[in-house]
Design a protein around this ligand. Structure first.
Ligand SMILES: [Fe+2]
Length: 571
C-alpha cells in the first residue's frame, strides 16, 4: 500500500501516480517538453507527478514500466536512434540514404519478443535512470506491453467482467491481445503476433500517403470518406489478410507488407488507397472481435491499443449484435501504458484498482494567480458568477466568434474535452473554414468534432445509446439534424461527438445548456486549444502564446474573461 508510479519511456512517454491503487495524477511528457508525442524518458512527467502531491522520490514504493523487447531495449541504451526516427517521422529532418535500410531492419527486429537478456538489460537501464532521480528505495516492476494496454482499459471501465481486446502496431512481440476477466482474475485467451499487425498495416499506408506515421492515421481515416467505394471482392488490401477459422494472419510482414502496399498504391489515387485500408480494418476487426465475443459468451467489451483510436472502426464494433456494454479506453495509444503498468502492478499487489473514469482532468491545474500579470496587454475581467461566464461565452459564440475555453486540470489523453478547448458554433461552415485556415491549419478534409448534450445526441445521432464522453466513437448523423452540426460533419454524414450528461455540473456543460437556450440545440464545435503543431496548451503562458498567435479574440480561463481587440482599440 502507498504511492506508486507508472512510467512509459517510448512514443508519447509519460507517467502515472497512484495512491493505494487510486489514480491521483496523469501526464504525458509532450505537455511539458512541448514536443508533440515526445519519445524520451519522462523526467518532467515524473517530477510533475511528485510535485502534484508534494512527494519526494523516496516516498514512492513501486515504479512500474512496460515493454522489454530487444528493439525497445536497444533504444534505451542508444536514445539517439529514437531521436533520429522522431525527427524523420515528424518531418523535422529528411531521411538519409541509410534510412530505408534502418527501417527495414527496424521492422524485422521490432517483431522479436522479449528474452531474458533484453529483460535484464532493460531492467538494469531503468534501475540506473530511476536511481539517478532518487528512487533507490522503490521496487521496480516490468509489465508486458499488451498486458499494460489491457489493464488500463479493464480497471477504468467500471465493468465487473467482460472481454478485453488490444490492437496496436506492436510491442513485446505482439500486436494484439484478447483476454476475459471476471472479478479479479484476468485470463489471456490469445495473442496476435507482431507480424500480423493491423497497426503496422495502417502505419504503412499512412507513410506511403506521405503523412506522419503514428500521428496522422486519423487523416487517412478521414480521407477514406472521399473515395468512390470499391467492392470488397476487388479490395486489394483485404486480400493481404487471411481470416479463416476465426484467426488473423497477414500474408506479408514488415517491410514486405509495405512493398506490397506500394504496388497497390501505384494503381490507385490516395483516397482509394485510404478507403481500401479503412475498409479492410472495418471488415476484419469487428468480425474477429465478434468471434471472440461469441466463443467466450461475453456481452461487455473493452477495447484499447493504437488501433482503437480509429473512431469509425469503434462505431462499427459498438454495433456488434449481442454486445451490451462497450468502453474504449480514452488514452488508447502507447501514451496510456504508464497508467496500465501502474494499475496492473497495484492489482498484483492486492490493491483495489477498479475505478470508472468519468472525466479526464488528471493533469495540473492552471496558475490563476498569474493571469492578470500575464495578460496585462489585454482587457481582463473577473466574472464572479457562473451565469456571467456562460453569458459571455455564448454571446461571443452568437456573434460567430470562436472562444478559447480553459478550465481546471489538464486533460489526460489525446483529446481536448473542455479543459483546454476551443469552442465554436457547429451550425456554420464559415466557422469551420475560419478555424481551419486561420488557426488549426488542418488538412482540408479532416472534420472538426462536436460536443453535445445527451438530450441533443438522442435527437441528432442515429442509434445513440451508451455513453461517449471521450470522443471515442463515430456516429451517423440523422439527415434531418445535419444542419445543426454542419460545421462538425464528416463528408459521409458521420461525426465524432463528445456527449455530456444534461445535468453535468461543469461550466463546460453549463455553456452548452446556455447555448441550447439561445439557439435551440446544445451543440458546439470542440477542438483542441494549442498552437499549430504543438501539444495541447498546458499552462497560462502556453495559453497566452496560443492567444497571441491566432485571430481568436475571446478567452475564458477559470473565471477570467480576456478580450483581445477591445484592449487594443481602447489604447
Ligand atoms: Fe502499444
Amino acid at each position: 500500500m502507498g504511492w506508486s508510479l507508472g512510467i512509459w519511456d517510448g512514443h508519447d512517454s509519460g507517467a502515472a501516480l497512484l495512491e493505494n491503487g487510486h489514480i491521483r495524477f496523469l501526464i504525458n511528457e509532450e505537455r511539458l517538453s512541448k514536443r508533440k508525442l515526445e519519445v524520451h524518458f519522462p523526467r518532467l512527467s515524473i517530477q510533475a507527478c511528485l510535485e502534484s502531491q508534494g512527494l519526494r522520490s523516496s516516498d514512492i514504493e513501486r515504479v512500474s514500466y512496460s515493454t522489454t523487447d530487444p528493439l525497445k531495449t536497444v533504444s534505451r541504451y542508444f536514445p539517439s536512434t529514437k531521436e533520429n526516427y522522431y525527427q524523420i517521422r515528424r518531418k523535422k529532418s529528411p531521411p538519409s540514404h541509410s534510412s530505408t535500410f534502418i527501417k527495414r531492419w527496424k521492422y524485422r527486429v521490432s517483431e522479436l519478443p522479449p528474452n531474458w537478456f533484453s529483460r535484464a538489460l532493460s531492467q538494469r537501464w531503468m534501475r540506473r535512470e530511476l536511481d539517478r532521480m532518487g528512487f533507490e528505495r522503490s521496487t521496480l516492476y516490468a509489465v508486458d506491453h499488451h498486458d499494460a494496454h489491457i489493464a488500463a482499459a479493464i480497471f477504468t471501465s467500471g465493468f465487473k467482467s467482460g472481454l478485453a481486446v488490444s490492437l496496436d502496431g506492436l510491442g513485446d512481440g505482439n500486436s494484439g491481445s484478447v483476454c476475459v476477466w471476471r472479478d479479479s482474475k484476468i485470463e489471456v485467451k490469445t495473442r496476435l503476433a507482431a507480424a500480423d499487425s493491423f497497426g503496422i498495416l495502417y502505419e504503412h499506408v499512412t507513410n506511403l500517403l506521405h503523412y506522419r506515421e503514428l500521428e496522422d492515421e486519423g487523416k487517412v481515416m478521414a480521407l477514406a470518406s472521399f473515395a468512390t467505394p470499391i467492392a470488397d471482392s476487388e479490395n486489394r488490401v483485404l486480400e493481404l489478410i487471411d481470416r479463416s477459422g476465426g484467426g488473423i494472419r497477414f500474408r506479408f510482414h514488415g517491410w514486405q507488407l509495405r512493398e506490397k502496399l506500394e504496388e497497390i498504391l501505384w494503381r490507385y489515387p490516395p483516397e482509394q488507397m485510404a478507403y481500401m485500408v479503412q475498409r479492410a480494418l472495418e471488415i476484419c476487426v469487428p468480425e474477429w472481435i465478434a468471434h471472440w465475443l461469441k466463443s467466450t459468451g461475453e456481452r461487455s467489451l473493452v477495447f484499447t491499443g493504437g488501433v482503437a483510436s480509429n473512431v469509425k472502426l469503434n462505431g462499427l464494433i459498438r454495433s456488434i449484435p449481442g454486445l451490451d456494454h462497450f468502453y474504449v479506453f480514452p488514452h488508447m495509444g502507447d501514451g496510456g501504458l504508464a497508467l496500465g503498468a501502474a494499475l496492473l502492478t497495484a492489482h498484483r499487489q492486492q490493491e483495489f484498482v477498479w475505478q470508472q473514469l468519468d472525466e479526464l482532468g488528471w493533469g495540473a491545474d492552471l496558475n490563476y494567480a498569474s493571469i492578470e500579470s500575464t495578460f496585462s496587454d489585454f482587457r481582463v475581467t473577473r466574472l464572479n458568477s457562473p451565469e456571467l461566464r456562460v453569458e459571455s461565452v455564448t454571446a461571443a459564440l452568437a456573434k460567430g466568434e470562436p472562444v478559447f475555453f480553459a478550465q481546471g486540470r489538464m486533460e489526460y489523453g489525446p483529446r481536448a474535452l473542455g479543459h483546454r478547448s476551443i469552442l465554436a458554433r457547429a451550425d456554420s461552415t464559415d466557422i469551420k473554414d475560419q478555424l481551419n485556415l486561420g488557426l488549426k491549419k488542418r488538412v482540408w478534409f479532416q472534420p472538426f468534432c462536436p460536443v453535445m448534450l445527451e438530450s441533443d445526441a438522442n435527437e441528432i445521432l442515429e442509434d445513440y445509446r451508451g455513453r461517449n464522453p471521450f470522443m471515442t466513437c463515430a456516429f451517423w448523423v440523422k439527415k434531418i439534424a445535419r444542419s445543426s452540426v454542419v460545421g462538425a460533419l464528416n463528408v459521409d454524414g458521420s461525426c465524432r461527438p463528445q456527449v455530456l450528461l444534461d445535468d453535468d455540473p461543469s461550466l463546460y456543460a453549463s455553456v452548452l445548456r446556455g447555448w441550447k437556450r439561445m439557439s435551440g440545440r446544445g451543440v458546439l464545435i470542440n477542438t483542441s486549444l494549442n498552437v499549430h503543431g504543438e501539444p495541447l496548451a498546458n499552462t497560462v503562458d502556453d495559453l497566452k502564446r496560443a492567444f497571441e498567435e491566432t485571430t481568436i479574440r475571446f478567452m475564458l480561463i477559470g473565471d477570467y474573461w480576456i478580450e483581445k481587440n477591445l484592449a487594443r482599440e481602447s489604447k
